[in-house]
Design a protein around this ligand. Structure first.
Ligand SMILES: Cc1cc2nc3c(=O)[nH]c(=O)nc-3n(C[C@H](O)[C@H](O)[C@H](O)COP(=O)(O)OP(=O)(O)OC[C@H]3O[C@@H](n4cnc5c(N)ncnc54)[C@H](O)[C@@H]3O)c2cc1C
Length: 346
């Protein structure tokens, strides 16, 4: 077997992959039938010389498709898109790619400090964004989104020149909560609240979100705090992850919350990202939603109609969707203080 083939026999395909491979072998396009047959034979521990003999293919062809399967799964066996043909990459994939722009692979659980196509693909597969993705599709998708890898020291994913510019929007910086909710009520779905901007701005840069008005609530007073009050931990909606991480109260009395914010992204993101934004974004891949569900927390929202307390169990209505009304702002998250026996030893 050629030295660059990662294993003697191809890895065991999953049940879904096996079904897809059989479908390809029996009913696929002429070229892909032989490729699927190569993988299925190898998965049955048939050696490369024997596959070569049975299928009448050359050894380099067989090893090529084994490598492609190892790298890209069944998707790697399909014909690459011809240039000019649109690559089908979902907005979800692009959103995740944009999210990692400022992170290093190891911050997201992938070994290494520099991004490469292979590492990015591994991240997307591990994060469950895609079951499999060919390097070629990812490369084309990144190009289309104006993203590229820097060859410099940073080894990060770099923004392109034109395609990253968000659509035009009007910027509002209200100075009171009343002013902010009145603006939201007036502008309706055309407006978005801006907190840390760590999820919203990347989406806008890719034009996956194009709000016509941004309501920046960073100047609103009294929305960033962490305090205990009557058996409840009260966290202001504008509290940054870094403030939670540095809070002695959180570290001592709410270890689950401390562990949660300490693993979110990297210090740069944590210095900006807010707990209100993390929950309001409704991203199932975010960390606070699960933690707050485990705590049985409560979200306090204020809109033009007044204040509402929303139990966390009914806050999330689907992926990227919450029970918040268009004019409501998350002003506080309430976490019940754990009973003494439930706390971790200090
Ligand atoms: C590289 C990178 C890695 C990340 N890794 C992680 C991770 O490991 N774990 C994790 O949990 N998160 C992660 N995130 C997401 C990060 O925590 C986001 O900042 C967070 O999801 C959104 O908070 P924000 O304050 O930045 O909100 P924004 O981006 O400003 O807003 C996000 C959404 O929420 C709405 N919104 C914001 N604040 C409010 C509010 N107070 N009331 C009502 N609506 C509001 C906005 O209108 C927008 O729709 C990562 C982000 C980046 C860029």
């Amino acid at each position: 077997m050629a030295a660059d083939v990662p294993s003697r026999f191809v890895r065991e395909p999953t049940a879904a992959e096996r079904a897809e491979l059989i479908q390809l072998r029996d009913k696929g396009a002429v070229g892909t039938r032989a490729r699927a047959a190569v993988i299925l034979l190898s998965a049955r521990r048939v050696t490369i010389p024997e596959i070569v003999r049975r299928l009448g293919l050359s050894r380099p062809t067989v090893t090529h498709w084994l490598r492609r399967f190892e790298r890209s799964g069944v998707a790697g066996l399909r014909d690459r898109p011809r240039s000019g043909r649109p690559t089908r990459i979902s907005s979800d994939v692009l959103r995740h790619v944009t999210m990692v722009v400022s992170a290093r692979p190891r911050d997201l659980g992938i070994p290494g400090t520099r991004w490469s196509l292979a590492r990015l693909r591994r991240y997307l597969v591990q994060a469950g964004v895609v079951p499999a993705l060919s390097l070629e599709s990812l490369r084309i998708a990144m190009k289309r989104a104006g993203l590229s890898f820097t060859s410099s020291r940073a080894g990060q994913i770099q923004k392109g020149v034109t395609t990253m510019i968000p659509g035009a929007f009007e910027y509002h910086a209200p100075s009171s909560l009343g002013e902010a909710t009145a603006l939201l009520a007036k502008l309706g779905d055309d407006a978005k609240v801006l907190s840390g901007g760590q999820s919203l701005i990347p989406l806008m840069k890719l034009r996956l979100a194009s709000p016509r008005h941004l309501i920046d609530i960073n100047g609103l007073p009294g929305l960033a705090y962490v305090r205990e009050d009557g058996g409840t931990l009260r966290i202001g909606g504008l509290t940054r992850e870094a403030d939670l991480e540095e809070s002695d109260l959180v570290r001592r009395r709410y270890p689950l919350l401390f562990d949660t914010c300490a693993v979110i992204a990297d210090p740069i993101v944590r210095n900006l990202a807010t707990i209100g934004g993390n929950l309001a974004h409704g991203d199932p891949a975010n960390d606070h939603p699960a933690t707050m569900l485990a705590f049985g927390a409560e979200v306090v929202a204020v809109g033009s109609g007044g204040e509402r307390k929303i139990p966390i169990g009914s806050f999330f209505t689907g992926p990227f969707s919450t029970a918040l009304k268009a004019d409501e702002i998350v002003v506080e998250v309430r976490v019940p203080t754990p009973k003494p026996a439930a706390a971790a030893p200090t």
